[in-house]
Design a protein around this ligand. Sequence first.
Ligand code: SIN
Length: 481
Amino acid sequence: MENAFFRQDCFINGAWIGASGGDTIAVNNPATGEIIGAVPRFGRLETAQAVDAASTAFPLWRAKTADERSEYCGKVYQALMDHQAKLGELLTMEMGKPLAEARGEVAYAAQFFKWFGEEARRIYGDVIPSPWADKRIIVTKEPVGVVASITPWNFPTAMIARKTAAALAAGCPIICKPASQTPFSALAFGVIAEMVGLPKGVLNVVTGSAQEFADEVCKNPAVRKITFTGSTPVGKMLAANAAKYMKRVSMELGGNAPFIVFDDADLDRAVDGAIICKYRNSGQTCVCANRILVQSGIYDEFAERFAAKVAALKVGNGLEGGVEQGPLIDEAGVAKVEEHIGDATAKGAQIITGGKRHEKGGSFFEPTVLRDVTAAMKISSDETFGPVAPLFKFDTEEEAIRMANDTEYGLASYFYTKDLARAWRVMEALEYGMVALNEGIISTPVAPFGGVKESGLGREGSKYGLDDYINIKYGLFGGLE
Ligand code: SIN
């Protein structure tokens, strides 16, 4: 492939390490089914090598001044922006999302380095008024140490950036394990690390067995923190393993986002918000609307307008101009979408647009809207992770809140109203880590991203996101009499 960022070897201790005849993982383009390359199927041994490299780099990296770390992050930001087009192309080829979204993701990723690079200069300590006349109390902040990250295929550049930028800013080296469907966007960070002259061992990328990687980083005493974005069941297993060794964890897990439209909402705005919220990345997003709850007075009108816009979405290979919906990542993704639609229609839901595999074949699926959906259907409790919008009906505000909170998840939520008092009430009543009023996109590097309940632990982005990579040290200075 003609792309300077395309590498098929792993990046460990500042060097490119190939499979050397060992096992590899083939990576395909979900839009065409073509194999675009292969990466090493590394396991515990190579993960341990990366941990050793990161451990060796740790004292040197943490000793850099805040200014120096900030400048490195700034250079990574610039490199991502300078090469946004090439990186976007690589991302679309391995993941399938439309090029405009892929370029947007690269810019989003870059912003994490800009934001955390600036924050590196503001990791302040504290002086606590002492209860003793002859003693003083200070609080200092220190990097937690070597970080291991495990990231998903749906945002292969931004999820690594979100973790890596915070780690580097705080003074922590990192080992990244990308999803096997999308390793190339991760390996591109190795190219960028070389480009900006990041000291060796500070950023490492290991591809291969997630199980072996997780086993090694949980057990290896040099790793002090594990950060994961992915499903709740895997997050629970990782957190349980990490707990055996008392390691810090950040877990960004599954969601079941409600998108509530009240009778008094600006309907045009709500329809547009629902489109972007549901169909960004073809619905393969933890924060995308999984349930659209519409008040009875506007239900029919909303359904009609929304379905008309959904039907007009252009489906195709993300590399082609004007495409708004790419393929799903794989056949398993399509099977889940079909299962949810089948279950819902068997229990009385109606398909008002879409509903089946797209004529383009492969893992393309028609953007779909279902109406008359109820809580008895699988789609109401299970994250679809695909381009299906189920429309639920409610009568009162209390009912909407009860329906919205009726899930073990608590990541993102959205609602549309023009009533200020209702806005406050609903914002407070929603049991979610993130709530957006009259907006369908909530993510930004400057705000704390994260969930409550079974959607995870910790926050990413914002000043709160940096705390997850920092240990607090209490220093007592005595004998001052
Ligand atoms: C995700 O789906 O995991 C993250 C999406 C985002 O950052 O907006």
